[in-house]
Each structure stands twice: as C-alpha cells, then as structure tokens.
Design a protein around this ligand. Structure first.
Ligand code: NAP
Length: 487
C-alpha cells in the first residue's frame, strides 16, 4: 500500500493506549469493493474484550473530566492538525476500503477534521446558568457535566467523518469513548486512533475496537458503565440498540436512515436545481443518508429538469476511485448492488422509463451506472424505500400541497431539499416539511457549525454545532440555600 506514513495502516485494536489483537482467535477480512481484493484483516473482539475496553475508558474518565478545558482543547487541536497533515494518506485508506473517489475521500477527511477543530474550540464554551428563584434566600445554579463513558457505533459510508463527528464532541465534553467502526471500513477509524495517540490523549480516553457487531453491541448497550450510546446506521439496528439501552436507561443519539425528497417548483432556477441534484444524489454513489431519494418536480418544468439532469448524469465517469477522471466509485457490496437492481426492476415493471443507466457496470467490483428514472409513481418500491445507490426517480406534481404531501409521506424525517425563488413559498414549504434538515436552493448542507440530525424514524439527537456538544453533557442543578442573611 502506497502511504507516505505506513504506520497509519493499523491491523490491531486500540485499547487503553495500547495496540492489541485481543485473544487473537478470529479476524475480520476487509475487501476493496472496486476489485474484491483483500485490503487486510482486523481483530474480532469478543464480549469480554469489549468489556475490558469499557473498563479502561471508565478508569480514564475521572482524570479526563478533571483536566482543564484548555488542556482538552489543546489535545483535540493537535489531533485536528495531525489529521490535516495526513489527510492524503487517510484518503487513500478510505478509497481502498470504501471505494469513493480519492478527491471525495480527501474532502471527507478534511470535513471530518473540521469537527475536531470545532469541538476543540467549543470545549471552552460549556457554559452553565444562574437563575433567580421565587423562594427567598435561595439561588439556582446549573452546571453542565460530562455524561460519562460513551459508546459509538459508526457506518461504512463515511468511515472518517462519522468517527470524528461522534468522538470529538464527546472528548471535548470530558467523556472517554469506545468506538466500533463498520466491519467493512475499520482502517480509517484505526488510523484516526493512531493519530489520536500521537496527539496525546491519555490511555483509555479514546478506544477503537473491531469485531462482530451484535456481540460488541450487546456489551455496549448492557454495560452500566456506558452512560451514552451514539449510533449511525440503519433504522432497524438503531431501534434495536435503543431498546437494548433501555435496560440501563442510557442517553442515546441515533442518526438513522433517510428518504430525502428533492422538490423542484416551477419558479426554480432549473440549472441550479440540476447542480444541487447532482451533488445531493450522486455523491458517494448515492450512499449517503441525506442523498436525495425522490425527485418531485412540478409539471411545467418536468421535461426541462429531466433533460438537463440526464445530460449531467451521462457525463459521470464510473470506475476505480483511484482513477482521477472518475466521479462514481463502486457500491459497498453485493447486497447494495442487489437492492439497487431490484428497485429499478420493480420501477420498470410498474411503468418507469429508464432515461439513462439502469444497469451494472463491469463484472468485477460492485459498480452500478448512474441512473435516472422517468415517470416514477407512489406504488413503486423506490417511492417507499431508501435506495442507497445512484438512482434518481422523478415524480411529478401539480399543486404545492401535493408535493409537500408526497415529500412527507414516509416514516423517515432526516433531510429534504427544495428549489424555488418565491420567498412566500420558501417559508410555507420549509415549515410544512417534516424533516430535521431542509436544504433550500442547495443540495449540500453538512457543516460542523450546523445541527445535523433527523426526526421521526430518522433518529434522535444532533451532531455538529453547539447542539452536538449538549448530547454529551448532563445538567446538574445546584440549589444554594441560606443566602438571605443581610449584608
Ligand atoms: P447498519 O447495518 O445499521 O450498520 C451500521 C453500524 O452498526 C455498523 O458499524 C454495523 O457493524 C453496526 N451494527 C450492525 N448490526 C448491529 C447490531 N446488532 N448491534 C450493534 N451494532 C450493529 O447500517 P449500514 O448498512 O452500515 O449503513 C447504512 C444505513 O445507515 C443506511 O440506512 C443509512 O441511511 C444509515 N446512515 C445514516 C446516517 C445518518 O447520519 N443519519 C449516516 C450514514 C448512514 P458491522 O459493520 O460490523 O455490521
């Protein structure tokens, strides 16, 4: 593997400041989704080994929370600088294990780093409150304290950013972290752990473990030392983890699935809407939870929008993420490819027309051609299910209320997008959409300064921004009495 810093390729877990294979009994193989070649293997930690990592984090907690905010902030800042320094290598690792184009991987690493920088700064701004009290001689003081040892479980679609978006606010708040990355993309997380070690986090404060999801998840949810679980992944697994956390009443943050509508009104700037659609739909080959999943376009501009979108999609190059001309890498695995193929076949059976794409590309790897489907209707699978692939089905509508009703007709509530130039319509529609995030005249809205998260079955809690830090803090109310003596 061609890395400037070979030490970034770690094949062991990081626990209590030490690199370890655990019992070494089993290992998990990681394959390149573009070629099927083996990238490497990582340990398969057992429940007992997970417990040891949690114990280490718990031992580290008292000193970590007592450290001055300046000191915590300095270590986080150092981690940020190391990630930026090594971002090219981190991107290579990511493209190898996840497949996304190298330029996109670099963008993700740097965006992920921005969360570390942001929370290094926010660590210094954990303000409490003082409040007047009706009862004489008493004062109300509210402190914000770290919630305790945090468990984090991250998905494969953003192998770097999902790690920093959870770990940085937790660490800034004074909480140690035990993190399990997705089995398909552990190397990005382990490389971040290596840089965290170099940045000077004390042993046990940041731990990264790999292994069978269910076994590790069970320990993380049942262990009373874990006070908070933060999970990003599918709604089905999120629901299960939430149920399991109830046994010890843990705080939870869940970033789950999405089914984003992308509404284009007849007064929209169509070229801008097409640019937004390309960015929202085809980034990461359609494998983001905020990807536009349903294009809902007003009748008067349907033909123009569809024609321009198809022209733009046909320019996308599909292939290895290491090829500089490529904008579309592979899907993550065979199951992802099967799901996309099944949704497209179902849509065609029910009357959709394939305007471009609609087929697998090549025999090796899991490539699927960027696709546009015309004439999408509510009865199709693609109207109900998240696709997680590069397929844009276009629905049409007459009245604004039809668009909003179609957009809201899902149990998901993560991200929605719409394009309009009419300020009255913008407010009306923005308020009517039942989503945690709404992009208006933009197809991209992720930022370290903004609260990212969903409502309904898309999750609980927010990541990024000042709200993201609150997720790792508890309020403690002090009632000070006996203050009524005269001066
Ligand atoms: P997933 O199967 O839910 O996996 C996500 C993570 O959970 C992985 O680390 C996985 O481990 C782990 N996991 C799976 N089963 C588990 C269990 N029983 N107990 C504990 N952990 C378990 O989802 P995915 O297929 O990787 O990701 C795609 C989904 O994530 C999509 O639905 C997408 O919308 C959602 N997503 C949401 C966001 C967001 O911010 N809202 C961001 C990205 C993705 P293994 O890899 O070891 O199986």
């Amino acid at each position: 593997m061609n890395l400037r810093c070979q030490e970034l390729l770690r094949s062991q877990c990081f626990v209590d400041g030490t690199w370890t294979d655990g019992s070494g009994a089993d290992r998990i193989a990681v394959y390149n989704p573009a070629t099927g070649a083996l990238v490497g293997t990582v340990p398969a930690f057992s429940q007992k080994e997970t417990q040891k990592a949690i114990d280490a984090a718990s031992r580290a907690w008292p000193a970590w929370k007592r450290l001055s905010v300046d000191e915590r902030s300095r270590i986080l800042r150092c981690w940020y600088e190391l990630i930026v320094e090594h971002h090219l290598d981190l991107a290579v690792l990511m493209t190898l294990e996840q497949g996304k184009p190298l330029a996109e991987a670099q963008g993700e690493v740097l965006h992920g780093a921005s969360y570390v920088e942001w929370f290094a700064e926010e660590a210094k701004r954990i303000y409490g409150d003082t409040m007047p009290m009706a009862q004489k001689g008493k004062r109300i003081v509210v402190l914000k304290e770290p919630v305790g040892v945090c468990a984090a479980i991250t998905p494969w679609n953003f192998p770097s950013q999902m790690v920093t978006r959870k770990a940085a606010p937790a660490l800034a708040a004074g909480c140690p972290v035990v993190l399990k990355p997705a089995a398909r993309t552990p190397f990005s997380a382990l490389a971040l752990a290596f840089l965290a070690q170099k940045a000077g986090f004390p042993p046990g404060v940041f731990n990264v473990i790999t292994g069978p999801a269910q076994e590790i998840g069970q320990e993380m949810t049942a262990n009373p030392l874990i006070r908070k679980l933060s999970f990003t992944g599918s709604t089905a697994v999120g629901k299960r983890l939430m149920r399991d956390c109830a046994g010890t009443v843990k705080k939870v943050s869940l970033e789950l699935g999405g089914h984003a509508p992308f509404v284009v009104f007849d007064d929209a700037d169509v070229d801008a809407a097409v640019r937004g659609a390309m960015s929202s739909k085809y980034r990461n080959s359609g494998q983001t939870c905020v990807c536009a999943n349903r294009f809902i376009v007003q009748e008067g501009i349907y033909a123009e929008f569809a024609e321009k979108l198809v022209a733009a999609v046909q320019k996308l190059q599909v292939g290895s993420g290491f090829d500089q001309c490529v904008q579309q890498g592979p899907l993550i695995d065979q199951a992802a490819l099967d799901k996309v193929e099944a949704q497209v076949a179902d849509a065609v059976t029910l009357g959709a027309e394939i305007a471009c794409g609609g087929m697998r590309v090549g025999k090796a790897g899991y490539f699927y051609a960027p696709t546009v489907l015309l004439g999408a209707t509510k009865d199709m699978r693609i109207a109900r299910e998240e696709t997680f692939g590069p397929v844009a089905p276009i629905f049409s509508f007459k009245e604004d209320r039809d668009a909003v009703s179609l957009a809201n007709s899902t149990p998901y509530g993560l991200a929605a997008y719409f394009y309009s130039q009419n300020i009255n319509r913008i407010w009306r529609v923005a308020e009517a959409l039942e989503y945690g995030m709404v992009g208006i005249n933009t197809g991209r809205m992720s930022s370290e300064a903004a609260p990212f998260g969903g409502i309904k079955e898309s999750g609980i809690g927010r990541e990024g921004s000042k709200y993201g830090l609150e997720e790792y803090l508890e309020l403690k109310y002090l009632c000070l009495g006996g203050l009524d003596a005269p001066l």
